[in-house]
Write a protein that binds this ligand. Sequence first.
Ligand code: ATP
Ligand code: SF4
Length: 336
Amino acid sequence: MTYSIQESRTDEVLRISGLKIYYKGDLGLVKAVDGVSLSINRGSSLAIVGESGSGKTTLGHAIMRLLPYNAVIAGGEIIFNGRNVLSLSKEELRKLRGYRLTMVFQEPSAALNPVFKIGSFLKDVLKKGKGASMSESELKEEMISLLRKVRIPSPEEVLNKYPHELSGGMKQRVLIAAAIANGPDLMIADEPTSALDVSVQAQILKLLDELRAKMGLSLIFITHNLGVAAQVSDQIAVMYAGKIMELAPTSSIFETPKHPYTSMLLKTIPTIRRELKKEGLAAIPGSLPDLTSPPPGCRFHPRCPMAMEDCRKVDPEPIEVEKGHFVSCLLYRDKA
Ligand code: ATP
Ligand code: SF4
């Protein structure tokens, strides 16, 4: 079953079905993404949340076809704008990435070449896409307009600066400007704010949300932080050990979480009330399983306080417990 909030497929930008991405390692195949299905409509935003090592980045990189040499596509398909990304040629991919499909990474400093000024970097991005036939003055105008869209003050001055002359937040804004330069349909943002301090993080999240609404952009936001996910997403997919455990509208994840793992993750979010009451944060006992030989049955069973005998044997299928709210947990099998 493909988790999908919307019934209509007409406005679907991305549909992933039964995706399996494994890595060849010394100890065997690491099952980083193991049967993931989801879809996203134009203009909507989905946050993929989970602990470190749950497979979020692998999923994002698979959509972009940016997988490392030891990755194996073991099954499934990724349909973007009606075409399977996994079967595109290098030339077809080159026409897609950076244009219709873009990605913003975690560490802005690493993503910008220190020897090129911001103007030179953005011009290069534009010239490969919608600026291909623009004159120098049109390109400059377009770059200034882009920097304004991402709320960079004094854009003309910034075009003339090197990356090291900008703060981390400004660099991330420049990278977001590059990501939207050629009018993408889908942007994947992989922990784009985790290297930034909290106030800058809030500004960048607000910016992404604004751009999505104004440009009709679809957004996949990858994060380990449910609190951050809440600020930018219409839907949240909770990943654990290569699988989606729960997918629902953001409000339902917070108000009526169904999966034991989601409930435990929610308790790890810091709140002022907990701070004041000195309650401390609940840690999830145990750790992620070794993905070369994940536990049989439900992968969460060794850490689940609700685990039953069957949980060791039966791998739960996603069940739609309420409209648009999917859970992979045997506690809900009578609702299947
Ligand atoms: P993080 O938040 O730490 O980036 P994540 O949820 O994004 O974690 P992935 O980075 O996708 O998770 O990793 C999923 C699993 O795949 C982990 O067990 C990781 O160690 C493994 N993995 C990732 N890249 C490779 C690789 N190139 N070769 C072998 N194993 C890998
Ligand atoms: Fe826990 Fe069983 Fe549900 Fe898995 S299937 S989350 S082990 S109750």
